[in-house]
Design a protein. Structure first.
Length: 165
């Protein structure tokens, strides 16, 4: 008679952690809230915008995302990337930047990318306390840590080092 293997709690925990980390690596980083990375990576608007952003073609990214938002105004990923492309482009309209990050977070309050980028925008505007609010939100969202938390934490530390009180 064959003995049946019954996994212990540690085996189950390790299996869960491996599955979760594999899913995170497959989905890619920097996108949205829980689960939105998979949808975003299959979205041609997102793919086109990310390609333009990679080329630092802010005008192309902005134009494509602005058009997409006209047809799909409740897409958090579109608002997030549109705000990002506005912020990174020449002469950023920070009122529009903050408005689109706020829209992304209104649609998806767990959107990790929007929290990271909002925090970075607040650092650009010299508002360290607001940046730290987004860092705290990411700390709550990223139980085992995430790229967005790590990146914003690094940006906050750099800001603090270059702006001593």
């Amino acid at each position: 008679m064959m003995k049946k293997h019954v996994p212990n709690w540690l085996d189950l925990l390790m299996a869960c952690l491996l599955c979760a980390s594999s899913a995170g690596f497959a989905a890619g980083g920097g996108g949205g809230g829980e689960g939105s990375e998979d949808k975003a990576s299959a979205d041609p608007v997102i793919a086109t915008a990310k390609a333009a952003i990679a080329r630092k073609d802010w005008a192309a990214a902005q134009a494509g995302l602005k058009q997409a938002l006209a047809g799909t105004p409740n897409n958090a990923d579109y608002h997030n990337l549109y705000a990002y492309s506005l912020r990174k482009g020449p002469n950023p309209d920070m009122t529009a930047v903050f408005s689109h990050y706020a829209d992304a977070l209104r649609i998806d309050p767990k959107h990790r990318g929007a929290h990271e980028y909002s925090g970075e925008a607040y650092l650009m505007a010299g508002d360290l306390p607001k940046a730290k609010e987004h860092l705290a939100a990411l700390d709550r969202l990223c139980t085992f840590g995430c790229e967005e938390y790590t990146d914003l934490k690094k940006a906050v530390a750099q800001y603090e080092a270059s702006h001593p009180r």
